[in-house]
Structure formats: structure tokens, C-alpha cells
Design a protein around this ligand. Structure first.
Ligand code: ADP
Ligand code: MG
Length: 332
């Protein structure tokens, strides 16, 4: 335990963020000891991932309140687990705290995480708290699970597969644009930016198929499609007219909407490929579960390139995420 400027009593702080109620039977030791102890389920593999959000790089206080910072930091991780086809189970939080964040604001961060965690049956089992003279840093680590040998890798795309996307894309970037530059508000788009919904259910549905290559959309459709194409050593052709766009984003015009979809990121939807003969079944299962899924392109023989087909022309897409707060920087 180290003295932290904005946290007056660390014991009291940890008590406040500790989940109330009984632990799940698989958590043998939760918060309060040196480390958590979990008993693995039989016939399951463990999925582990971590993601960091830095103030003024990944968010600003102007566009995100503390609750939303927590919600989104956890969402990014639950989304990574979903993109492997798994379900999140536990999370740990490392907080690097500057003096201008109050204890109440830190507790709000945990409220945001807890509300999302409850929707995904996921429990806080530990973390660490230190002070800094720099910006706030929130690092979330999630452990999830999946039936043994069922994980969905980005390297499994094969020529002849179809490419699909869940939900709609570009909404988060549109929401951020509104927060930064527009006078008129749009609750739907702003919500997509501040409180994104990781696609756990879609990932689980996909994990029941024999072969699916899958990525979550954290950096924009172009970048995620390139990751699948490179990992699988194939080319991908996306059809511009098929990209799933919300009616709210189309209010900004189709060209702008497509740019946000391709390069905006933080939608936390899923992009993947499936053998053509499985497409009808996949669509049926998604309709039955009321999850939107759209066919957007095809996989071809190739060397890791992604092309966008617009009318009858093909353009090669390049990775180009960007940092919205510092012009030109990559937003990793
Ligand atoms: P130690 O000195 O053993 O690392 P700490 O005082 O750092 O103990 O932590 C005590 C307990 O509180 C541990 O279970 C730890 O996982 C948990 N904890 C500490 N900080 C946080 C945090 N920011 N979020 C969640 N759990 C935390
Ligand atoms: Mg510690």
C-alpha cells in the first residue's frame, strides 16, 4: 500500500469498489488478499487480454465522464474475448492516478465497469492503485473462457469465404465527431462512442461454427480486415455499398459515413469470414437471436491485401487509424 494523493484512505477505497454479495463458486479468493485464486472449469480454455486507456490519448474529460471511461475500458477487453468466441469471467484493474481525479470520480469509473460487467456476468477480482504526476491511466485485464479448442482466430480465413460484420460501423467515430465539433446532439451516436456494447453473444454464436476467422473492430474496418487478410495470407474484397451503416450516421452523407466506418474504430462490432456454404445457417442463427449481421465481401487468393469495391472500381485499403486529439498520430 502506497499513499495516494487523491485517495485519502486506500482501505476504504478498495472496500468501496469491492463487488458486493457472494463470490461465484469458481472464485476461491477475490479482492483482499495478495492475489485472486480461480478454479478453472473442466473442458475449457482460458482467454486472457489487457487494454489500456490513457487520458488525452484515448479519451478526454470533455468527451467522456468517469463512468463512461470505466465502461469503455472494460468494454474494449470484453470485446477482445468475444472476438475469440469466448465469454468474459473476471477482470482486474490497474489505476495510475493523478491528483486532479477525485476519489469519487475513481469510484464512478468502477461503477461504469461494474454495470457493464454485470451485463456480461463478469466479476472484479483485483487490481492495483498507484499515483502519478502524469495523466490518468486505466489498464483493465480480463480473463474469459471458451470450450476447449473452439477459439476463433484471425488466421483462419480461406479463399472462397464470405466476409461479414455485426451491427453497424462508424457510429462511434460519428459520435466523437459530434462531441468535439457539432452543436446539435445525437444521443444514439454519442452513446455508441461513450458506452459501446461488446458483442459477446455474437461471438458465442460464431464459436459454434466449424471455421470462422474473427476480429473485433477497435481500429476501423480497414485495419481489422487487413489483420485478417495478413494473418490468413489471403486477399479480402469489401463491397462499399454493403457496409452496414446506421440511419443516424447517414445524416452526415454517405462518403463521410464510409470514412468513419473504414477508419474510425471503437465500434467493438465483429468482422469475420465464414465458408460460403455456412452463410445461410449463420444468418438464420443471427436472425433468431435478433443480432444484425451483414455480408460485406469475399475472401480471395492473395497476399494479405484488402480492396474496397466501389461501383466497378477497386481501391486498396491501408491501415490508417488516427488519434482524434492529436492530429496525425496513430491511435493504438
Ligand atoms: P498488495 O500490497 O498485496 O499488492 P494492495 O493493497 O495493492 O495489496 O491490494 C489489496 C487488494 O486490493 C488486492 O486484492 C488487490 O487486488 C486489490 N486492489 C488494489 N487496488 C485495486 C484496484 N485499483 N482495483 C481493484 N482491486 C484493487
Ligand atoms: Mg498492490
Amino acid at each position: 500500500v502506497v499513499f495516494i494523493m487523491s485517495i485519502h484512505d486506500e482501505f476504504e477505497f478498495i472496500k468501496q469498489i469491492t463487488p458486493k454479495g457472494r463470490l461465484k463458486p469458481d472464485i476461491l479468493v477475490g479482492i483482499g488478499d495478495d492475489a485472486a485464486v480461480i478454479r478453472p472449469f473442466e473442458q475449457t480454455d482460458i482467454i486472457a487480454c489487457t487494454d489500456t486507456m490513457v487520458e488525452d490519448v484515448h479519451f478526454t474529460r470533455k468527451t467522456m465522464n468517469p463512468y463512461q471511461v470505466g465502461y469503455k475500458a472494460l468494454a474494449a477487453n470484453i470485446s477482445d474475448v468475444a472476438a475469440m468466441g469466448g465469454k468474459s469471467s473476471y477482470y482486474l484493474v490497474s489505476l495510475v492516478v493523478p491528483s486532479n481525479w477525485s476519489q469519487q470520480e475513481l469510484i464512478e469509473i468502477y461503477k461504469g465497469m461494474e454495470d457493464l460487467a454485470n451485463q456480461h456476468d463478469t466479476v472484479l477480482i483485483g487490481g492495483d492503485t498507484v499515483s502519478t504526476k502524469g495523466p490518468l491511466v486505466v489498464t483493465v485485464t480480463v480473463l474469459g473462457r471458451i470450450k476447449s479448442n473452439k477459439n476463433l482466430k484471425r488466421s483462419d480465413a480461406v479463399p472462397g469465404d464470405l466476409v461479414f460484420i455485426t451491427g453497424t460501423v462508424g457510429d462511434s467515430a460519428a459520435g466523437l465527431h459530434i462531441l468535439l465539433y457539432e452543436k446539435d446532439s445525437n444521443t444514439y451516436l454519442i452513446n455508441r462512442h461513450q458506452l459501446p456494447s461488446p458483442q459477446t453473444e455474437a461471438g458465442l454464436l460464431l464459436s459454434s461454427f466449424d471455421r470462422v476467422a474473427l476480429n473485433d473492430i477497435s481500429d476501423g474496418v480497414a485495419s481489422e480486415a487487413i489483420e485478417i487478410a495478413e494473418a490468413s495470407n489471403v486477399d479480402i474484397e469489401l463491397n462499399e455499398s454493403m457496409l452496414p451503416l446506421s440511419k443516424d450516421i447517414l445524416a452526415f452523407g454517405r462518403d463521410q459515413a464510409i470514412k468513419w466506418a473504414l477508419y474510425g474504430g471503437e465500434d467493438y462490432q465483429l468482422i469475420g469470414t465464414v465458408p460460403t456454404e455456412n452463410w445461410d445457417e449463420l444468418e438464420r442463427v443471427f436472425i433468431k437471436n435478433r443480432i444484425r449481421v451483414t455480408r460485406v465481401g469475399e475472401v480471395h487468393k492473395g497476399t494479405g491485401k484488402v480492396y474496397l469495391k466501389k461501383e466497378e472500381s477497386l481501391f486498396e485499403l491501408k491501415k490508417q487509424g488516427y488519434n482524434h486529439f492529436k492530429n496525425g498520430d496513430r491511435n493504438e
